[in-house]
Design a protein around this ligand. Structure first.
Ligand SMILES: [Zn+2]
Ligand SMILES: [Zn+2]
Length: 399
């Protein structure tokens, strides 16, 4: 077991809050929050979430953070991605962003690969979309045998900055990967379709199997970034994507209680400067031009008053987390979770419960139920391979 090394000297120190667990990469096992349960659950939840051992119940939403981190992807934190499992008849899997490394965390959840085909993009920063190639290409080889990938995402201020342009370019760029396996997979699994919607409107962009998803514009870097509201069976989950604090999100939360609001949050500028080794002036630009401070997130939570709030897209460190909570607590008192990779929220009418998942390092893919059998025809071999291949008859014939 690797012991966590204490924070470096120059990291700003804080008195912190008593009772905040360590991050899982530092040996912690619980979600980073002082309020793991809101409401009165009608069943008993084990202390940790073990994939494969807990059925999703009818009418429930399970929200799992696949990637909680930044563009600087590490073994501790994948880049941005959130999975929603829907307790409808279809047991839909909806994935919001596909940051680098997020599918490695998906793999640890032991969910059917063949069911992961719906992707909702908040914006086109690389730390939110880089695993789309993995989902499109590699997941076809790992069990997505009879369906393509469908992507929903915002337009940009011009065509070349929109989701449609991006997704079609990815499909074109993956020709070699696709052609290499065309003979052994169903034709549908090579589909990569895109549904681009107007970034500037608050509107319903998806309605299927009892799930309604609305998008709303957010303020981040360029025009063309959005957040999402997901409604199912009287439950509401809102995800900010990357943003500065903005009114469209607050307005999109009106009308009913929001069960879970996950909002992005960067540490205070001094902590960013220290952890990223950059001048504090530059850290202030990063924070204030494109992102949300802990106090800013606290202000949004105070306006929305969700049952449970989550901070996301934060560099999580044992020393930095208390600093963030100290700042946020100056403006907001409600239940807040500092999300990490594999933080799991169970949303029911009775309660919102948050835990960490305890996962295996190398799970096998769970293929799910295909609608058709995969083909088993080897692809045609190029002529020149015959002379280039080293014959193996002698070694293969050995006992
Ligand atoms: Zn971004
Ligand atoms: Zn981002």
């Amino acid at each position: 077991m690797v012991r966590y090394m204490p924070a470096q000297e120059e990291t700003p120190q804080s008195e912190g809050l008593p009772g905040l667990p360590d991050p899982t990469f530092a040996g912690g096992k619980r979600a980073i929050t002082t309020d793991p349960v809101v409401g009165s659950p009608d069943r008993t939840y084990p202390e940790v979430f073990v994939p494969g051992e807990e059925e999703l119940e009818d009418g429930e939403l399970r929200v799992t953070v696949l990637g909680s981190g930044n563009p600087w992807v590490t073994r501790a934190q994948a880049s941005g991605s959130i999975l929603v499992e829907v307790g409808n008849r279809e047991r839909d899997l909806l994935i919001f962003d596909l940051g680098t490394g997020s599918l490695a965390n998906f793999a640890s959840l032991k969910l059917p690969v063949n069911a992961l085909d719906k992707v909702f993009i908040t914006h086109l920063h690389a730390d939110h979309i880089a695993d789309l190639i993995t989902l499109f290409g590699s997941y076809r080889k790992s069990g997505r045998v009879d369906r393509g990938v469908k992507v929903w995402g915002p337009s940009g201020s011009e065509e070349r900055l929109g989701t449609k342009h991006f997704v079609e370019a990815i499909r074109e760029a993956c020709q070699w990967d696709s052609d290499s396996t065309r003979s052994i997979h169903a034709a549908e699994s090579f589909d990569l379709s895109v549904d681009e919607f107007d970034y500037s409107q608050t509107q319903v962009i998806y309605e299927e199997n009892g799930v309604t998803i609305s998008s709303f514009p957010v303020i981040h870097a360029l025009s063309g970034a959005v957040g999402y509201r997901i409604d199912f069976a009287g439950l509401s989950f809102v995800h900010s994507g990357d943003t500065r604090p903005g009114w469209p999100l607050v307005r999109a939360c009106e009308g009913s209680t929001i069960d879970l609001l996950i909002h992005e949050c960067f540490p205070p500028a001094q902590a960013i400067a220290t952890s990223m080794d950059m001048p504090v002036e530059r850290a202030e630009v990063v924070l204030n031009q494109a992102h949300t401070s802990p106090r800013g997130a606290g202000k949004v939570f105070d306006l929305v008053k969700p049952r449970m709030a989550g901070l996301w897209h934060t560099v999580v460190t044992p020393a930095g987390t208390p600093l963030i909570f100290d700042e946020l607590r100056k403006v907001y008192e409600g239940p807040v979770v500092q999300t990490q990779d594999l933080t799991v929220f169970n949303l029911t009418r009775e309660a919102v419960v948050v835990r960490q998942a305890e996962v295996e390092a190398q799970p096998r893919p769970v293929p799910g139920t295909p609608r058709s059998e995969p083909k088993a025809r080897p692809p045609a071999q190029p002529d020149w391979w015959e002379d280039a291949l080293i014959p193996l008859d002698d070694v293969n014939s050995l006992p």
